[in-house]
Design a protein around this ligand. Sequence first.
Ligand code: SF4
Length: 50
Amino acid sequence: MPSGVRCRVEECVHNRNGACRASAIEVRSSGDEKVATSDGTCCETFEMRK
Ligand code: SF4
């Protein structure tokens, strides 16, 4: 897994107590605009917890 990845997306199946437990993650820009802040980024590895 990526070391030290903290994540606040509690709805993700990979999230355990604020830490990402995925073996790897992919992050992309969330839109077509040039990314200027973290709001413009998006975790592609997110999976909804059921
Ligand atoms: S996969 Fe992405 S959204 Fe899910 S816990 Fe890891 S960093 Fe957060």
